[in-house]
Every structure is written in structure tokens, then in C-alpha cells.
Ligand binder design. Structure first.
Ligand code: SF4
Ligand code: SF4
Length: 280
């Protein structure tokens, strides 16, 4: 199995799985029944021993609780990350709604994440069937995350952090850099979701076309203006507490779903790397 095989396996799954479409049974309204959630993925590849993963243990980055790929799976050689861009319907819906998440976005956030989890399991099973030990960090018992809507954590002192970070892994794997709003800006933009798996199959790392963590962000400030909670500033980026409080409000209004994503739609980095970023 090689990188092209994996790209094809992931792309076919996204194109053909019924879980990438909102079924009539769960659709919030008739207008979103049958909606496609994601378009074709882009994949990143990092070496398990890339020095960035050690750097992430620094308290100023993620912290000692972050587990390196070889701590998750000692014999691992590669980390595969994927970014799934939201379909135009999902993005357009959220562009039109100015404050609250659109129905399309709510499905993208919740059923979209469920689909990401299934894609991880599918890729893992394909690699295991090919003879390579493989692990999904976010589905391992050592994974914990203290983020929005997680008030019952066993790690109350560590806030807005986790033992694995999809965005950081994708950065190492060449998929893109962070933006002011703290999302990852990829060649297909920021509006989508990220997943990753760790495997003992060797796959050559994808070249990082950037040097610094914010290279793809033009600092245009559009996400600052779009945020309904005023959680983002040009000087300090995103305030996680303010953002999380707003997400709680969306949960009260739309439970069992929640979401926002106004900083990811209707902005220059929505669907591509913005012009005037640091990388020429
Ligand atoms: S909207 Fe502008 S400032 Fe905000 S993350 Fe995107 S490129 Fe950066
Ligand atoms: S998700 Fe919503 S509340 Fe949070 S930073 Fe983005 S726009 Fe603001």
C-alpha cells in the first residue's frame, strides 16, 4: 500500500458512503435532506519521529500531556492526516446566516464529525488488513480533550487542550498553517474538518510548503468582524473561553447539535489559501 492507494481509498469512501449525506430520518428540515456534507479529501503525511511532535510537548505549545506518535504506537512510522472540505451547500448556508449556525452547518459539524470518525476506522481497517498496525489517537482510551461542552473532564486544570491535536498533526503533515481564528488553512481553505491516524506503514513525509505556523494567514481581520461573540482580535487571536461560551449558547438553542463556524465562512481563507499571505 502506498500514498496513492490511500488517497484513492479515502476519496472513494467520501464519494460513495451514504454517511456523507444527511438522511431523511435525521434531517433538521426537508431542505437539508439528502445534502452532501464533504467534498474530496486532501491528505498529509508526517514522519512519526518528526521533531515538531517533541516540540508540541513544550508548555508554551501544547504541553507534556501531548503524546507523540511513538507514544501512541511505538512501532509507528507515519502519521496520516486528512482535511475534508465542506460542500458548497454547507458553506453557503452558514455564509447566509449571520449570527446563528445554519441547518447545513449544524449537520456538517455533528454528522460531519461522525463521518470523520468512520473514515478513520475505515482507513485503520484497510491498513490493518494490509498488515500494518494502525491506531486512531482520538479513539484510543488515552485520548482526552478539555474543550467546549466538556464540563465533566478528569483533567479540569488543563483547559482547551488534549493529548492529541488534529490541527497540529496536519500542520506537521504539510496540510497547512494556522489562521488567526486558530483553524488550519489548507489549500482547500479552512472550512472543513480534520482527522488523523498513526500507522507502522512507512510513507514519505509530505513537504511543508511553509516555514512558520501562521504563514497562510494574511491577517486580513475578516474573521474578527464575522465572529458573533467578538472572540477574535487581531492582536491576540481567538479567545477560547468566549468562543466556548457562544458554542454553549448554540447548544441550548439547537441541542443535540451545536456549532458556529462564522470565522470559517465568508472569509478569504474559507476555501483556499488567501492572497497576500506570507507564502509566495
Ligand atoms: S479571515 Fe483573514 S485573518 Fe482570519 S484566519 Fe482567515 S486569513 Fe487569517
Ligand atoms: S467559532 Fe464562532 S464564536 Fe468561535 S471564534 Fe469562530 S466565529 Fe467566533
Amino acid at each position: 500500500m502506498n500514498k496513492q492507494d490511500l488517497i484513492k481509498i479515502a476519496s472513494d469512501f467520501v464519494e460513495n458512503s451514504k454517511d456523507n449525506y444527511v438522511s431523511n430520518e435525521i434531517a433538521i428540515s426537508e431542505s437539508v435532506a439528502g445534502m452532501k456534507i464533504f467534498e474530496a479529501p486532501i491528505l498529509g503525511f508526517a514522519a512519526s519521529d518528526d521533531e515538531y511532535f517533541t516540540l508540541f510537548k513544550e508548555p508554551t505549545v501544547i504541553g507534556e500531556h501531548f503524546l507523540r506518535p511513538k507514544e501512541w504506537l511505538p512501532q509507528s512510522k507515519s502519521v496520516i492526516s486528512f482535511f475534508l472540505p465542506f460542500s458548497e451547500v454547507v458553506k453557503k448556508g452558514n455564509r447566509c446566516e449571520k449570527v446563528w449556525p445554519s441547518e447545513e452547518w449544524l449537520h456538517g459539524r455533528i454528522e460531519g464529525q461522525a463521518f470523520i470518525n468512520k473514515l478513520c476506522i475505515y482507513l485503520k481497517s484497510e491498513l490493518i488488513n494490509a498488515g500494518y498496525k494502525t491506531l486512531v489517537p482520538t479513539q484510543d482510551e488515552r485520548f482526552w480533550s478539555n474543550a467546549a461542552l466538556n464540563n465533566n473532564s478528569q483533567h479540569p486544570k488543563a483547559t482547551f487542550t488534549s493529548t492529541w491535536s488534529e490541527r497540529h498533526a496536519a500542520f506537521v503533515g504539510g496540510l497547512g498553517t494556522f489562521g488567526l481564528s486558530k483553524g488550519l488553512i489548507t489549500s482547500k481553505g479552512m472550512s472543513g474538518r480534520i482527522g488523523s491516524i498513526i500507522t507502522e506503514l512507512y510513507l514519505s513525509p509530505r513537504k511543508r510548503e511553509y516555514e512558520n505556523i501562521y504563514d497562510y494567514c494574511s491577517r486580513c481581520g475578516a474573521c474578527v468582524k464575522k465572529c458573533p461573540a467578538n472572540a477574535i482580535t487581531i492582536d491576540k487571536g481567538k479567545n477560547h473561553i468566549i468562543c466556548s461560551d457562544f458554542l454553549d449558547k448554540t447548544y441550548e438553542k439547537y441541542k443535540p447539535r451545536y456549532g458556529c463556524g462564522k470565522c470559517q465562512t465568508g472569509v478569504p481563507c474559507e476555501s483556499s489559501i488567501p492572497r497576500h499571505c506570507n507564502v509566495k
